[in-house]
Design a protein around this ligand. Structure first.
Ligand SMILES: NC(=O)c1ccc[n+]([C@@H]2O[C@H](COP(=O)([O-])OP(=O)(O)OC[C@H]3O[C@@H](n4cnc5c(N)ncnc54)[C@H](OP(=O)(O)O)[C@@H]3O)[C@@H](O)[C@H]2O)c1
Length: 242
């Protein structure tokens, strides 16, 4: 029987690269996205063509409470049991500290922390024994260097969540880990001004951004290696904090 993986924010960037990597390894895929349904359909066709697996896409915005039910209902309606869950979708708010509002702070917290916690609570019975959950954290949760205070703090919370969840997922025989990427060349980074991109390259020992495909292999390793549990794997090309 084919394995099944759910990837939030799986239609582009890091999530899509993870989807491709898992699809090539024979996993059927359920990918969520926020708004871009045209791109989501393109990704669906592209990945099913490349990998020969079943690929489904579901619109589920992590800033909306209702989206938890949408994903959970999809799983039960289609009778799906998951081998892997990748909590990858995330958001930021780059308002300066002085202009930050409680609403924008709460929105980032809801999407990056509350949403995956309560999604996991809803779907835990749909994850198979020996299944695996991987969160996308961030180097910015470790190095206090983010432009966005809410982003850095929530990604730090994601790392702590991973470690705290080990105990709570143990009765289900489900492992949980996280990846803390440095700077990955997705749309998220490509839209930054050239000067900022150069600064980032200069602060990275390897002198370049990470390709989503090379990062994706780390997710697959965490999903398939049965002894990783409660770990945050940093993939930053040797970032120098200066
Ligand atoms: N890129 C980096 O350098 C980097 C570094 C460290 C951590 N990360 C983390 O990696 C994750 C993915 O980032 P990325 O660079 O791959 O981003 P991306 O290229 O912009 O891809 C975003 C994906 O997530 C979906 N998405 C965006 N906002 C969403 C929302 N509110 N609800 C549900 N889905 C949403 C998008 O759907 P639509 O197309 O519909 O918007 C798309 O599928 C995030 O958690 C981010 O914090 C990124």
């Amino acid at each position: 029987m084919k394995k099944y993986a759910l990837i939030t924010g799986g239609t582009k960037g890091i999530g899509k690269a993870v989807a491709l990597c898992l699809g090539k390894a024979g996993y059927n895929l359920l990918l969520t996205y926020a708004t871009d349904s045209v791109l989501a359909e393109e990704t669906q066709k592209e990945l099913s063509g490349l990998c020969g697996v079943k690929v489904s896409v579901v619109q589920a915005d992590i800033t909306q409470r209702v989206a938890i039910g949408v994903i959970a209902d999809y799983l039960t309606t289609h009778d799906l049991l998951l081998d892997a869950v990748v909590m990858n979708a995330g958001l930021t708010c780059r308002d300066p500290f002085e202009q930050m509002t409680m609403e924008s702070w709460e929105k980032v917290f809801f999407g990056n922390v509350h949403f995956p916690v309560f999604l996991l609570q809803r779907i835990i019975q749909q994850i198979k024994k020996e299944g695996s959950v991987v969160f996308t954290g961030s180097l910015m949760g470790i190095q206090p260097h983010s432009v966005s205070l809410a982003y850095g703090v929530t990604k730090g919370a994601v790392h702590s969540l991973v470690k705290n969840l080990v105990k709570f997922l143990e009765p289900y025989d489900v492992r949980v880990n996280g990846v803390a990427p440095g700077f990955v060349d997705t749309e998220w980074q490509k839209t930054k001004p050239a000067e900022i991109r150069r600064n980032i390259e200069n602060k990275t020992s390897l002198g370049r951004f990470c390709e989503p495909e090379e990062l994706a292999e780390v997710y697959k390793m965490l999903i398939e290696n049965k002894y990783f549990n409660g770990e945050i794997v940093v993939v930053d090309g040797g970032y120098l904090y200066k």
